[in-house]
Design a protein around this ligand. Structure first.
Ligand SMILES: C[S@@+](CC[C@H](N)C(=O)[O-])C[C@H]1O[C@@H](n2cnc3c(N)ncnc32)[C@H](O)[C@@H]1O
Length: 273
């Protein structure tokens, strides 16, 4: 099977704002797999899109990154975006729907919507919603909900896709049976030091579904480097951007950083803008 071969791959961490990615040639990325900041839900430190940003400004900032993704994407290739719905006092914010609109305006086709179903009680058994409903207002019209799902939205770039598929790239029957349902039941990440890493299985499934070995995977919202670690294990090249330098050490640890090309053919590079 292809994933057992080791080939030379390069992994670049760029500490900087991904609304501008001059380090990447136009049309050179085969897959984006990413999870943008969740507007008001999580704190990412001083830089990045924090909880106090107005929703319209938040969407504007996300749009700048999506436009730059458009520039670097290879023809016909795929972008997978993991997002949740945000709640606020003035109503829910359908980040997923707004991203579908922005991507449509950039001439990406919306191809798939997957629901990531998390185990119940990942933040304590009853979490905030049910606790509030049960303890303080257990009456009609006070319904309060625990959100236990997120979306994985898959978009395809315009143009003719070029991919050199051979028999050894065939996906296994077991894998196909696992992923061919629109609800993916997956656990949450237990990585420490960051408020919102996704679990390895998320980028792993997407990378296997949309690339072959030796291709380039980009994560413009790198966080703890989960995408880089998984891409490296699957013999894909990777580039990640992370705006907050506080995460450098976590990323290095997570990906088993080595500044030179190692015996197993993995090279890491870092650029701090
Ligand atoms: C939801 S987290 C990503 C977590 C990641 N998937 C992981 O598994 O660790 C989003 C990350 O994007 C970063 N970020 C926000 N705005 C950015 C920007 N304009 N350029 C690069 N990184 C940004 C935040 O600092 C945060 O670490």
């Amino acid at each position: 099977m292809p994933d057992q071969f080791t080939i030379m791959t390069t992994h670049s961490l760029i500490i900087g704002d991904s609304s501008d990615m001059p380090e990447i040639d136009s049309g050179s990325i085969h897959l984006v797999v990413t999870s943008p900041p969740y507007w008001n839900l999580k704190k990412y430190g001083e830089k990045g899109l924090g909880p106090n940003l107005a929703y319209s400004k938040y969407l504007y900032e996300i749009q700048k990154v999506l436009k730059e993704i458009k520039r670097v994407m290879a023809s016909g290739r795929f972008v997978a975006i993991n997002v949740g719905t945000a709640i606020s006092n003035d109503g829910m914010k359908p980040i997923n729907a707004d991203i579908v609109k922005i991507m449509g305006d950039l001439n990406f086709s919306f191809r798939k919507e997957i629901i990531w179903m998390k185990p119940k009680g990942t933040q304590g058994l009853w979490q905030r919603g049910a606790t509030k409903f049960l303890r303080t207002e257990p009456y009609p019209c006070s319904f309060s909900l625990n959100i236990m799902h997120e979306y994985i939205l898959i978009f395809q770039n315009e143009g003719q896709m070029q991919i050199d598929l051979r028999p050894e790239h065939r996906l296994s029957e077991e894998f196909i049976k696992e992923v061919s349902w629109s609800i993916w039941e997956m656990g949450v990440s237990h990585s420490k030091g960051h408020p919102a890493p996704f679990p390895d299985i998320l980028p792993e499934r997407i990378i296997k579904l949309y690339t072959i070995q030796g291709e380039f995977v980009l994560d413009p919202f790198g966080g703890t480097g989960t995408t880089m670690r998984v891409a490296s294990g699957l013999n894909r090249n990777s580039i990640i951007y992370e705006i907050n330098p506080a995460y450098i050490e976590i990323i290095k640890k997570n990906v088993g950083w080595n500044n030179t090309t190692s015996d197993c053919g993995i090279k890491h590079e870092i650029k701090i803008r």
